[in-house]
Design a protein around this ligand. Structure first.
Ligand SMILES: [Zn+2]
Length: 304
């Protein structure tokens, strides 16, 4: 294992830490909606969904260092929880009936922000570009700390055995990519269907060198991240084998004493699925999300 402290190239970056004044105007956010655009959720509707009485239909447990995949019908609400305290969660979402439509972390980052919270939506990839879920509640409430760390991150992606070997030279099977891969195999999906994640309960940011950093997960046993399903979904989560990220490192192996420290901070996750009790009334202003009706063909024209 290479630890953070031993790594002599920890600060290697092409980016200057200091800023230069070029007297350019302050930029505005690049993506903003025209009026009536579905980019932003109707706060009244989604507050009503969040507050409405619900029946707990099922609780799916995810053991430490493992992954699960579950199907959840449209119009349900699900909560991802940390029932035994801090643990980061790598989340993948697909349209249940068409797994080519899946979560697009990069576009979600542009449409909303690099970290997401209540009323943000998790968008699908091209050529679909519609919400898979809308976030209805977040017990961590857009946390923002003194290092610039924020929670529920679309900046990074899952840990995987390829980058681990690249960094450590060791074959290691304990990663979110592998957990997600095993969890979706019963649904006919493969490693190629696993995609860039939302890191739920994970506090991350960019440092003065523009480098991605991760902090220890502050979630408690009462924290949750709640979403309304805009479509019938396949939802997969991985309880990251890095646990709460207080002891993470690359190149885990059996003999390494550092490993036990990382195992000690690994905890379970759960997905609670709820059904709205008065669905018809609560959802009377809700419409299933539609594909974007772009009618061009990327400029190609067929026979006249
Ligand atoms: Zn992971």
């Amino acid at each position: 294992m290479t630890t953070k402290d031993e790594n002599p190239t920890i600060a290697a970056s092409s980016q200057r830490p200091e800023r230069t004044t070029y007297n350019v105007p302050k930029p505005v956010p690049a993506y903003y909606p025209h009026s009536g655009s579905p980019i932003y959720a109707d706060k009244e509707l989604y507050t009503r969904i969040a507050k409405a009485p619900k029946k707990l239909v099922k609780t799916h447990s995810c053991a430490p260092r493992s992954g699960i995949a579950v199907t959840i019908p449209a119009k349900s609400v699900f909560r991802i929880t940390t029932p035994e305290g801090p643990q980061v969660c790598d989340l993948n979402i697909w349209n249940l009936h068409n797994p080519r439509e899946r979560f697009w972390a990069a576009r979600t980052r542009q449409l909303h922000s690099a970290h997401v919270s209540t009323f943000d939506r998790l968008w699908s990839n091209l050529p679909y570009l519609r919400p898979l879920v809308t976030i209805t509640a977040d017990s961590m409430e857009a946390r923002h700390d003194e290092w610039g760390g924020r929670v529920h991150d679309t900046l990074g992606t899952r840990c995987d055995p390829y980058v681990d070997k690249l960094i450590s030279g060791i074959d290691n099977d304990l990663h979110c990519h592998s957990n997600l891969t095993r969890s979706v195999m019963p649904y006919g999906l493969t490693e190629f269907d696993v995609h860039d994640v939302l890191n739920v309960f994970q506090v991350t940011g960019l440092n003065e060198h523009d480098q991605y950093f991760m902090e220890a997960c502050p979630a408690t046993s009462s924290d949750y991240f709640e979403c309304f399903c805009e479509q019938d979904l396949l939802v997969a989560i991985s309880a990251c084998p890095g646990g709460d990220l207080s002891q993470w490192g690359w190149g885990e192996n059996e003999e390494n004493t550092e490993e036990s420290k990382m195992i000690d901070c690994c905890r379970p996750l759960a997905i609670e699925v709820y059904q709205l009790q008065d669905e018809e009334n609560v959802l009377k202003c809700w419409n299933p999300p539609q594909y974007i009706d772009y009618k061009g063909n990327h400029g190609l024209r067929g026979p006249q």
